[in-house]
Design a protein around this ligand. Structure first.
Ligand SMILES: Cc1cc2nc3c(=O)[nH]c(=O)nc-3n(C[C@H](O)[C@H](O)[C@H](O)COP(=O)(O)OP(=O)(O)OC[C@H]3O[C@@H](n4cnc5c(N)ncnc54)[C@H](O)[C@@H]3O)c2cc1C
Length: 402
């Protein structure tokens, strides 16, 4: 197509977007404010094993498979034993924490009940109406909390399922079927998620112009650039640039996430598993825990077990010691035993993504308006990132394609 494309932000959103444009034959210039690319994604090699700084895996689809082939990167598939996934509800581990009656109600809600979103209800209130309180509390709350980094009261159904028809004409089953693409489970890479960044950078470097240490400071700067401009910086960094255009109820609620990778000599659960998701008011501060060394081979050295615990912002924590105590208390609640870790590695990301709530829905409507106003003035300027169509890497990969 030979178009000139200027991409601001060299996190995974910018890298995926650059990849799609290279495949289309466009001329890409990528501007990144730091001296390295990849954004929050990265892997540290510690003496006990790999420590992921943000994403631990990516959901594999056919399109992602062909991108991995292009960048010469082989996925690492999870071990079979990690198919086991636990919920921690009512103070115990279980794989399906609902009664037969609630299960039947859930099936009815998925296959027969008309899907209607209500902007006046948060996800918890909407879920109670749609599925009943037992399914909402014991399955949906732990499952979505671990992905969206907050509790259901801080989320909105129509923001999360923005592609679904929630006008009361369709059902959940029909919407899942309509939007479904074949997937092959969550995968990682031989040296962790950092491989995805390094292979993308190696593939892109000879094909595009990369300018590091070049920050976008104001949107006004963009007026002087010829060609299409695609803004892929994080929402936290974008907000000060668009703040004056936003009303109070269009301002997003940015979330802070802490992950702690713990290496130890004992397994969290008796049998190997993918991890455990935690419900609200279950005496656990974490949203979820991934059992890394059960999921992927070669994540640890020696006979270590590796777990990554995911925490929302907690009022009381200020130091590493406090985080360790919180983690070990959570862990003891599950195992019933005291244990001492070999080591723990903590990463905190302030305002790393927004709550998928009503404010975010309104913000996205405003961003579409801003994009179309620019278009009427003959300028193609668009926004991409984990605040547009989903937090996960697969959603970002698809939303940066065209
Ligand atoms: C703890 C955690 C765990 C996660 N786990 C998973 C998972 O297992 N699977 C999954 O699919 N997803 C996961 N995610 C989500 C996923 O990792 C993120 O949504 C995604 O990496 C965000 O990428 P991004 O490029 O949009 O933003 P960022 O990574 O924030 O990148 C933005 C880039 O823009 C640059 N930049 C900022 N301001 C400017 C400026 N003014 N000018 C130029 N450049 C600028 C930054 O330096 C950065 O390089 C997780 C996220 C977190 C935080």
């Amino acid at each position: 197509m030979n178009e000139d494309i200027h991409i601001f932000g060299g996190g995974i959103t910018g890298l995926f977007h650059a990849y799609h444009h290279v495949k289309q034959g466009n001329h890409v210039t990528l501007y990144e404010e730091k001296d390295s690319l990849g954004g929050v994604i990265g892997t540290r090699k510690e003496k006990e094993g790999l420590v992921e700084l943000a994403a631990n895996g990516i959901l594999l689809t056919d399109d992602i498979k062909s991108m991995l082939a292009d960048i010469s990167l082989s996925p690492v598939f999870p071990r079979k034993a990690s198919k086991r996934r636990y919920f921690w509800t009512n103070q115990k581990l279980s794989r399906l924490p609902i009664s037969l009656l609630s299960g039947i109600k859930l099936l009815y809600s998925i296959f027969l009940k008309k899907l209607k979103f209500d902007p006046n209800l948060n996800f918890e209130e909407w879920g109670n109406q749609m599925f009943g309180s037992s399914v909402t509390k014991n399955i949906i709350e732990p499952a979505l909390g671990g992905i969206y980094g907050t509790r259901l009261t801080g989320l909105q159904a129509d923001t999360i399922f923005s592609k679904w028809d929630g006008s009361g004409k369709s059902t959940i089953f029909k919407e899942i079927k309509k939007n479904k693409k074949k997937t092959y489970g969550t995968v990682s890479f031989p040296n962790g998620m950092g491989d995805l960044v390094s292979h993308l950078v190696t593939y892109l470097s000879p094909k595009i112009t990369i300018k590091t240490n070049v920050p976008l400071k104001h949107l006004e700067e963009l007026g002087n650039i010829n060609g299409s401009i695609h803004i892929c910086i994080s929402l936290k960094k974008l907000l000060p640039m668009i703040d004056a255009n936003l009303t109070e109820d269009e301002k997003p609620n940015l979330l802070t996430i802490t992950t702690i990778t713990r290496f130890g000599k004992t397994r969290l659960t008796k049998k190997p598993c993918f991890g455990v998701l935690f419900g609200k008011k279950e005496g656990i501060s974490a949203l979820g825990v991934l059992c890394n060394s059960d999921i992927f081979a070669d994540r640890v050295t020696g006979n270590h077990h590796s777990e990554t615990w995911i925490y929302p912002k907690l009022a009381e924590t200020t130091s590493q010691i406090e985080w360790e105590t919180i983690l070990e208390t959570d862990r003891k609640t599950i195992t019933g035993k005291e244990d001492t870790p070999t080591s723990v590695y903590k990463t905190t990301w302030e305002g790393v993504f927004p709550a998928y709530d009503l404010n975010l829905l309104r913000l996205n409507q405003k961003l579409e308006l801003i994009e179309s106003n620019w278009k009427t003035k003959g300028k193609e300027i668009r926004f991409f990132g984990n605040y547009r169509k989903g937090i996960g890497l697969r959603s970002i990969f698809e939303s940066t394609s065209f």
